[in-house]
Design a protein around this ligand. Structure first.
Ligand SMILES: *[C@@H]1O[C@H](CO)[C@@H](O)[C@H](O)[C@H]1NC(C)=O
Ligand SMILES: *[C@@H]1O[C@H](CO)[C@@H](O)[C@H](O)[C@H]1NC(C)=O
Ligand SMILES: *[C@@H]1O[C@H](CO)[C@@H](O)[C@H](O)[C@H]1NC(C)=O
Ligand SMILES: *[C@@H]1O[C@H](CO)[C@@H](O)[C@H](O)[C@H]1NC(C)=O
Ligand SMILES: *[C@@H]1O[C@H](CO)[C@@H](O)[C@H](O)[C@H]1NC(C)=O
Ligand SMILES: *[C@@H]1O[C@H](CO)[C@@H](O)[C@H](O)[C@H]1NC(C)=O
Ligand SMILES: *[C@@H]1O[C@H](CO)[C@@H](O)[C@H](O)[C@H]1NC(C)=O
Length: 433
């Protein structure tokens, strides 16, 4: 097991070990080669879902770009029922400043920011207004955290370090963060080929997905329970689909106790964990005549700004008793996205074999992403069904950055009108240096 070389809390190790014993044919747990878990504004470590977040004030080798620009704050009366101390501290940034983390491995990384506002030492963190850049990309701009939230970004890092800068904006004059995660993704998480760009006219191939900055908007365990970072191979949170169903009675949850049959060419346990593939929604045909046809649809709220989204749909045929029984159609925003989907063929002639398909689509009407599955003309009336096991919706950020110049590492030139002010602030800082 590769996991033994990796510093893990004992309970995490046990969790992996359990999986390993229960699923003898599975590969070992994923161990990222870059793995930063920072408890910000803290001198001590905190644990969240079995992972140790290291206090940033005590970390050797972690270079603060401008220490005088930031302060550590602690919540004076933390809630008695809180399960972690991670959110009792924060680092407040009064000027453009942040972290520089050295990177061992080029390629796709996951970056998560945890914001959990509290009041402390003359800072009301709810009122903070700020932007965040990662290696010059503005991942958050004009951002405020009114309630606890985790923001996740997925993108390629080429170079020897990651530079994360918090830039106060508006009248608050400061930004903050409670915790940061930066870790390398498994190589198969995001791949360049195979995504389908869906529009009214036709479906075409969408390439270069790894060159995009993705922001996770929805991550849904369809037909199943909420999954916490404790249950997930990449420490993700998956939420149930019920509240997004357009017509609840169209769908009927189905689940299996058998672990999925992962196959080369299909999905892997890192792309989505067992629990996602072991539950699904299927057509609810309970009180209907044999040949009634309908779709199951979900409406997901998204930004209305004309963005494109990566829509990753997860499938695993846990409803058929034999191969070649299930054929169905997938629609995105009412456009045909995949017609006569035949999981028996896609998932190498094996039932319960996980598979995912990447689609790229805008939102029509603005602000809503509608995903539907429904029967195909190839289905026999007796076997008519359609399923969905999981769905992820990630906003494709359209940002540009200039290559980094080490000597002027505080000057970031960003494309986008909302960000015009940042450059000025940075240049002022440059003059002070
Ligand atoms: C915090 O965790 C790190 C990494 O697990 C460890 O090296 C360090 O000793 C811990 N610090 C404290 C104060 O427990
Ligand atoms: C703690 O209590 C507060 C207030 O009663 C509640 O809103 C919150 O959800 C609780 N948190 C946990 C982790 O139980
Ligand atoms: C990552 O890529 C950059 C150029 O894009 C290169 O300079 C650097 O050495 C690479 N790092 C590793 C660890 O391969
Ligand atoms: C994909 O990236 C390659 C290399 O960066 C570039 O040459 C090519 O034009 C890109 N293709 C598209 C469709 O953007
Ligand atoms: C997730 O992990 C928790 C903690 O170990 C466990 O109680 C729960 O049953 C798990 N959920 C699933 C769906 O595996
Ligand atoms: C289907 O019919 C049964 C028995 O008549 C009833 O209990 C159930 O609520 C109905 N289900 C739906 C989805 O209408
Ligand atoms: C499913 O939705 C698509 C797109 O809106 C529509 O064209 C199709 O007729 C629907 N199928 C059924 C059986 O209602």
């Amino acid at each position: 097991m590769r996991g033994v070389h990796f510093p893990m809390a004992p309970d995490k190790f046990l969790h992996f070990l359990t999986l390993f014993i229960l699923l003898p044919f599975s590969s070992s747990a994923f161990t990222p080669s870059d793995n930063y878990l920072l408890s910000c504004g803290s001198a001590s470590n905190s644990t969240l879902f079995g992972r140790v977040f290291v206090g940033d004030s005590a970390l050797p080798g972690l270079g603060f770009i401008s220490e005088d620009q930031s302060v550590s704050v602690t919540q004076e009366n933390p809630p008695l029922n809180s399960t972690t101390s991670l959110y009792n501290t924060a680092r407040v940034f009064r000027g453009s400043s942040g972290y520089q983390l050295s990177i061992k491995e080029n390629g796709t990384h996951l970056v998560r920011f945890h914001f959990s506002p509290f009041s402390a030492q003359s800072f009301e963190l709810k009122s903070a207004n700020f932007g965040v850049t990662v290696n010059g990309f503005a991942v958050l701009s004009d951002f405020s955290a009114g309630a606890s939230v985790v923001k996740e970004f997925i993108f390629k890092i080429d170079g020897t370090f990651v530079e994360i800068i918090f830039i106060p904006s508006g009248s608050s004059g400061f930004g903050f963060v409670n915790a940061i995660e930066v870790f390398s993704a498994p190589p198969d998480l995001i791949i360049d080929d195979g995504a389908r760009l869906i529009s009214d006219a036709r479906t075409e191939e969408y390439n270069n997905l790894t060159s995009q900055v993705l922001e996770t908007i929805h991550r849904i365990n369809v037909g199943g329970p909420r999954l916490t970072p404790f249950n997930d191979t990449l420490w993700r949170t998956w939420i149930p689909d019920d509240e997004y169903l357009v017509l609840n009675s169209a769908a009927k949850p189905v689940s299996t106790t058998q672990p999925p049959n992962y196959q080369g060419g299909g999905s892997s346990r890192e792309v989505a964990p067992d629990n996602v593939y072991m539950t699904a929604q299927q057509m609810n045909r309970d009180n209907l005549t044999l040949d009634s046809k309908f779709n199951i649809s979900w409406d997901f709220p998204v930004d209305s700004g004309g963005f494109r989204y990566l829509v990753r749909l997860h499938f695993c045929d846990i409803v058929s008793s034999a191969l070649n029984e299930l054929y169905f159609n997938v629609y995105i925003n009412d456009y045909p996205a995949y017609t006569n989907l035949d999981l028996s063929v896609l998932a190498v002639h094996l039932l319960a074999s996980p598979y995912y398909i990447d689609f790229v689509a805008g939102s029509h009407p603005p602000g809503v992403m509608r995903i539907s599955v429904g029967p195909s003309d190839l289905s026999s009336p007796l076997r008519m069904n359609a399923i969905l096991n999981g769905a992820e919706i990630m906003k494709i950020a359209t940002l540009a950055s200039l290559p980094m110049d080490k000597k002027k590492s505080h000057v970031w030139i960003l494309v986008g009108s909302a960000l015009a002010g940042y450059q000025v602030e940075e240049e002022e800082e440059e003059e002070r240096n």
